[in-house]
Design a protein around this ligand. Structure first.
Ligand code: NAD
Ligand code: LMR
Length: 326
């Protein structure tokens, strides 16, 4: 049998964990021929709940599931990890200031980054889902100086999928007919879903929708979808977030083909995004790595919105720097 791939999932006993682990174990992350060993990293108080999830994973008798370990220290959790999905994070509670939130998450993602640096496998790939995802990814990456910087991503694939779905509904076209949408910037309400290079059944999307709809309907709907789900469900998106994490890693490892997708990856300075910020870009993947799609024309409508989201990311980076978290 092929050597199993070690997949670490943090926050494994949480909502997203519950939607994610079964998809990984069934082969949807890495394909039907790749056995996986799951490493569930939780805080000690949630280990019992993680054990319950592991019992259910056992009860599925997934042929590709080579084993499950439940761990409560980052060192053990990331030992030998090939893929790490960092889902567990400190949510914002009532009255919490932004600095407090960044600091609380720095206390999680700094040590996790160090443990990844010291104990993960040399081919480690890290996807940060826990919010504030881009800046948590930056914190983890900055604590892992021996890991190539491009192995740290943050998830904007859920935003990308939301944008696909909204455009499909507006134009009465199946999502499979839409290509080359982009999410730029931060996974936050400032993100910019860009349709100016997208095609809908081969036609430019910009011929099918007008700027008023983009500005007043599409962009706010996509950017505030997370809050709308929290309002409706009383809890943040879970199954759709897990689905997006599967999409992201599957494409990162397996490649995208000619159409592009969106992922928050360390900027190389493309499109005026300061180098090092973990910002969402149009990306393709080949040979196990992302490449930013180059040469796209950015109009004034897009430029202002990309700049606003990138400015927010730079502000978060400066704040964590001032707090001594990076
Ligand atoms: P949840 O509260 O149901 O679960 C979080 C889990 O993380 C809990 O089981 C908790 O015990 C665990 N945890 C906390 N600190 C940990 C640590 N230091 N190490 C290991 N585990 C730890 O939350 P959820 O609904 O699963 O969401 C998780 C995160 O994902 C939240 O930050 C949420 O905002 C974020 N999220 C991001 C996206 C995205 O698109 N990027 C979408 C949805 C949710
Ligand atoms: C989402 O986009 O659904 C989440 O990031 C929302 C949240 O704050 O958990």
């Amino acid at each position: 049998m092929t050597t199993p791939v070690n997949v670490t999932v943090t926050g494994a006993a949480g909502q997203i964990g519950y939607a994610l682990l079964f998809r990984i174990a069934s082969g949807q992350l890495l394909g039907p021929d790749v056995p996986v060993r799951l490493r569930l990293l939780e805080i000690p108080q949630a280990v019992k709940a993680a054990e319950g999830t592991a019992m259910e994973l056992d009860d599925c008798a997934f042929p590709l599931l080579a084993g499950i370990d439940i761990l409560d220290t980052p060192r053990a959790g990331f030992d030998g990890a090939n893929i790490a999905l960092l889902v567990g994070a400190r949510p914002r509670s009532a009255g919490m200031e932004r600095g407090d939130l960044l600091e609380a998450n720095g206390g999680i993602f700094g040590p996790q980054g160090k443990a990844i640096n010291d104990h993960a496998a040399s081919d480690i790939r890290v996807l940060v889902v826990g919010n504030p995802a881009n800046t948590n990814a930056l914190i983890a990456q900055q604590h892992a100086p021996d890991v190539p910087v491009d192995r740290f991503n943050a998830m904007t694939r859920l935003d990308h999928n939301r944008a696909l779905s909204q455009l499909a509904q507006k134009t009465g076209t199946p999502v499979s007919q839409i290509e080359n949408l982009t999410i730029w910037g931060n996974h936050s309400a400032t993100q910019y879903p860009d349709v100016f290079h997208a095609t809908v059944a081969g036609r430019p999307a910009s011929e099918l929708v007008d700027e008023a709809w983009l500005a007043e309907d599409f962009i706010p709907t996509v950017a505030k979808r997370g809050a709308a789900i929290i309002d409706a469900r009383g809890a943040s998106s879970a199954a759709s977030a897990a689905n997006a994490a599967v999409d992201h890693v599957r494409d990162w490892v397996g490649g995208t083909g000619s159409s592009w997708t969106s992922a928050a990856i360390p900027s190389d300075g493309s499109y005026g995004v300061p180098e090092g910020l973990i910002s969402s870009f149009p990306v393709r993947s080949a040979n196990g790595g992302w490449e930013i799609v180059q040469g796209l024309e950015v109009n004034d409508f897009s430029r202002a919105r990309i700049d606003a989201s990138v400015e927010e990311l730079a502000g978060e980076r400066d704040a964590v720097r001032e707090l001594g978290l990076i």
